[in-house]
Design a protein around this ligand. Structure first.
Ligand SMILES: Nc1ncnc2c1ncn2[C@@H]1O[C@H](COP(=O)(O)OP(=O)(O)OP(=O)(O)O)[C@@H](O)[C@H]1O
Length: 252
C-alpha cells in the first residue's frame, strides 16, 4: 500500500496540493484522473520522490520516503515521469537496460539481460532494440520508456500519462499488460490517465483530483458517475455501461 498523509505542496506562493490524504491499494491498478493542472503529476512526483516532500508523510510498502535509501526505494518502486526527454543518441536497448541499474549497479548479469529482452519483447520493441531514440516514432519512444520502468521489475509501478502518443492498439496492449502484472503477479500500478475510458475499463481504484484536492476516490462504479465527472471536468458527461463497466461519453 502507498499511504499519503497530510501532504501539502507549494511552488513559490502558490499552493499546488492541499492536505492530501489517501491510500493506494496494493495489488491493484489505481488511476489518477482530473483536469489539467489538478496536481496529479505533482502528487505522483512526490510519491516517486522526484520532488522533495514539504509537509506530511508518504510510505510505500511500509517504507517511509523520508528515511528510505534511494537504492532500496528503486527496488520497490519504478516511476516514469511525464517529461521523458533523454539523450537521443542512446539505443532503445540501452535505455531499457537503465531499468536494471538498481539491481546490478553497473555490472549487468545474465538475468539482467534476460529482463531487458523480456521488456523489449513485452513492448514489441525487439526489432527496434538497436535503433537510436531519435530514429523511432514518438509512440515507440514512449513504449521504450515504459519498457525501462517495466525492466526495473519492482512491486510498484508509477506511470504519469503512459498512454501519451500510443495508438489505440498499443494503448490497449499496455493496459492489458499492466492488468496482467496486477492480476497475474500481484504487482501494484498507479497511473495518471486522461482518457477516462481506459480508467473505466481497467482500473480497480480511481482517485479524482481537482484544484490540488481529492474530489472523489473509490472503485470505478463509485467515482465514474455523471455527477462526479461533470463536476470534476466542469463539462457535461453521460455515463453508460459496457461489459459491466462504466462507459463515459462526452461528445456534443
Ligand atoms: N515548476 C512549476 N512552477 C510553477 N507552477 C507549477 C510548476 N509545476 C506545476 N505547476 C502548477 O502546479 C499545478 C499542478 O500541476 P500538475 O502538473 O501537478 O497538474 P496535473 O494534474 O498533472 O496536470 P496535467 O493534466 O495538465 O498534466 C498547475 O497549476 C501547474 O501550473
Amino acid at each position: 500500500m502507498i499511504t499519503v498523509e497530510g501532504v501539502n505542496h507549494q511552488i513559490g506562493s502558490v499552493r499546488i496540493l492541499h492536505d492530501i490524504r489517501t491510500r493506494l491499494p496494493e495489488g491493484r491498478l489505481t488511476a489518477l484522473i482530473g483536469p489539467n493542472g489538478a496536481g496529479k503529476s505533482t502528487l505522483m512526483r512526490l510519491i516517486g520522490r522526484l520532488e522533495a516532500l514539504q509537509s506530511g508523510r508518504i510510505t510505500v510498502a511500509g517504507h517511509d520516503l523520508a528515511t528510505t535509501r534511494t537504492g532500496e526505494l528503486a527496488k520497490i518502486m519504478a516511476i516514469l515521469g511525464q517529461n521523458t526527454a533523454i539523450a537521443s543518441r542512446l539505443r532503445v536497448a540501452e535505455l531499457v537496460g537503465f531499468g536494471r541499474w538498481p539491481h546490478h549497479k553497473g555490472r549487468p548479469r545474465p538475468q539482467d539481460r534476460d529482463k531487458v529482452s523480456q521488456a523489449l519483447e513485452a513492448f514489441a520493441l525487439t526489432s527496434l532494440a538497436n535503433r537510436f531514440l531519435d530514429e523511432i516514432s514518438g509512440g515507440q519512444a514512449q513504449r521504450a520508456h515504459i519498457a525501462m520502468s517495466f525492466a526495473q521489475d519492482t512491486p510498484w509501478l508509477l506511470l504519469d500519462e503512459p498512454l501519451n502518443n500510443l495508438d489505440m492498439a498499443h494503448a490497449r496492449g499496455l493496459m492489458t499488460l499492466l492488468s496482467e502484472l496486477v492480476r497475474g503477479q500481484g504487482r501494484s500500478v498507479a497511473m495518471v490517465v486522461h482518457e477516462i475510458n481506459y480508467a473505466a475499463a481497467w482500473a480497480d481504484h480511481v482517485i479524482a483530483m481537482k484544484d490540488g484536492r481529492i474530489m472523489a476516490e473509490g472503485d470505478p462504479d463509485t467515482v465514474l458517475t455523471e455527477a462526479v465527472l461533470s463536476k470534476l471536468y466542469d463539462t457535461p458527461v453521460s455515463v453508460g455501461r459496457h461489459r459491466n463497466r462504466p462507459l463515459v461519453l462526452h461528445h456534443a
